[in-house]
Ligand binder design. Structure first.
Ligand code: GAP
Length: 453
């Protein structure tokens, strides 16, 4: 059974060090969360899995890690300065502020029921910060609202420094910021989050086929991370709801504990962005208003050698939220089970490659020098295999350690007992089945590598 409520997930996350409210000791800030010791490992493992599938396992992509602070000129040409807004309504009675689509029926304030509301007005979701020592508004930058714009502005740098030809992609993961009016549902809608975005550049005319390819590829990837296929839905975004850059977008929705919502979007961004950041767009018959008067000095186009002409590639963009991925996977992995008629356990049945801790090495008796030293040696040898974090648990309480590691999703626990000293073997306990087997220390590295590969 998956998690019944968001509260159960939130409670597990706090109890076991996955996620904390940010600035907690000063009352917190809405829409900001900090990843604790388990959360940071889990999130890094998820990002690593994405990077592996998008960059290492393909022959047609490159990676990028660009700056977060973005020039307003970039975000003018991308369309964000003019269009990245939510309609906002103020309640004159209680002074609360709402997105227009969140008002109750009959246009009432959800906080105090008053009907004394302002007309909706656009509210730009981008955060601004001053650049340089004088904060007089003359020089500022935006915190990027999506990671992909720096992929577009680096398009020529990457073409010039690699031998890529279309079709090819550029992948980037990292922070994005949006001043959401009403952040909500734990880490589902927050003001500071991470995205994993691939911009895949294709020849116009081949874009529809590549779009289908990426929609299916991304669903397959989420299933490989442990999400049941029936919990993922392909949703065609209505024409009148498409972002300003999109010809067609398909959302990959997931059934979160609070309801079904977007986990990832796969958009056909056409030549909007590269065209918009290109000098002399007229050469390419680009007509959009926002693209006029570009001050770019670069031509973000490629040559079609067969037809001997330049063209601006189309872009297919699978864009996933890391934090929404974390929430979805925690929800999928959460189980409550009866161990026997009196005892229950909670476990996170995560895929081993995502588990924050890969193995816990537990000496049976706390501070017993022989057992602890051997445990340390085993831990250090497993750690050196480089498959993720291995921990030593020197508390002496095996039952408590098993419970804790079930809850954080550790696939195996290795107990070092007195028999270990004699027979040179350890007890390996499997998280999901709770079955135990003895494995000789000599074969432990091989056993471990096999388990995780
Ligand atoms: N570059 C395209 C883009 O940014 P988007 O649909 O606005 O498209 C992509 O965002 C993904 O980023 C979403 O599917 C979601 O997973 C994540 N995301 C967007 N806003 C978010 C927020 N406020 N909090 C957490 N994740 C968010």
């Amino acid at each position: 059974m998956t998690a019944k409520t968001m509260e159960e997930l939130v409670s597990l996350c706090k109890r076991r060090g996955f996620l904390f409210q940010s600035n907690d000791i000063y009352g917190g800030i809405k829409g900001l969360y900090d990843y604790g010791p388990m959360g940071v490992e889990f999130k890094n493992n998820l990002k690593q899995a994405w990077w592996k599938s998008m960059v290492y396992e393909r022959d047609d992509t490159e990676g990028l890690d660009a700056s977060i602070l973005s020039s307003p000129v970039v975000l003018k040409h991308s369309g964000h300065e003019d269009t990245f807004t939510d309609p906002l309504v103020d309640c004159r009675a209680c002074k609360s502020r709402w997105r227009a689509d969140q008002l109750l029926e009959n246009n009432k304030c959800p906080n105090c029921n008053s009907e004394d509301l302002t007309e909706p007005r656009p509210f730009n979701l981008m955060f601004k910060t001053a650049i340089g020592p004088v904060d007089d508004g003359s020089s500022f930058a935006y915190l990027r609202p999506e990671t992909c714009q720096q992929i577009f502005t680096n398009f020529k740098n990457i073409l010039d420094s690699t031998s890529r030809t279309v079709p090819f992609g550029i992948a980037q993961m990292g922070k994005a910021f949006r001043n959401e009016i009403t952040p909500r549902n734990f880490i589902f809608r927050v003001r500071e989050f991470e995205q994993m975005e691939l911009e895949f550049f294709v020849k116009p005319g081949t874009d529809d086929e590549w779009h289908e390819y990426w929609i299916n590829k991304r669903i397959e990837w989420w299933v490989n991370q442990g999400i049941k296929k029936e919990n993922l839905k392909k949703i065609e975004v209505e024409k009148n709801e498409l972002a300003h850059y999109s010809k067609r977008t398909v959302d990959i929705n997931y059934v979160f504990p609070h309801g079904e919502e977007e986990l990832e979007g796969v958009a056909n961004r056409t030549d909007f962005d590269l065209g918009s950041h290109t000098k002399n767009q007229n050469d390419f018959k680009i007509t959009s208003e926002v693209m006029k008067n570009s001050s770019s000095t670069t031509k973000l186009a490629v040559q079609d050698l067969e037809e001997n002409k330049w063209y601006i590639p189309y872009v297919i963009e699978p864009s996933a939220g890391v934090d929404r991925g974390v929430l979805a996977l925690l929800n999928e992995a959460y189980r409550e089970e009866n161990v026997d008629k009196d005892n229950k356990r909670i476990l996170l049945s995560l895929k081993p490659h995502l588990s924050p801790i890969k193995a816990a090495v537990i000496p049976l008796k706390k501070n017993n020098e022989e057992l602890v030293n051997l445990s340390k040696e085993i831990k250090s040898n497993l750690q050196k295999l480089g498959l993720g974090r291995v921990v030593l648990e020197n508390s002496g309480n095996i039952g408590k350690n098993y419970r804790r590691h079930d809850e954080i999703g550790t696939p195996i626990c290795l107990t070092v007992d007195f028999e270990t000293l004699e027979a040179k073997s350890v007890t390996v306990r499997d998280r999901d089945t709770m079955k135990q087997e003895r494995v000789s220390i000599e074969n432990l590295s091989e056993y471990y590598k096999k388990y995780f590969n």
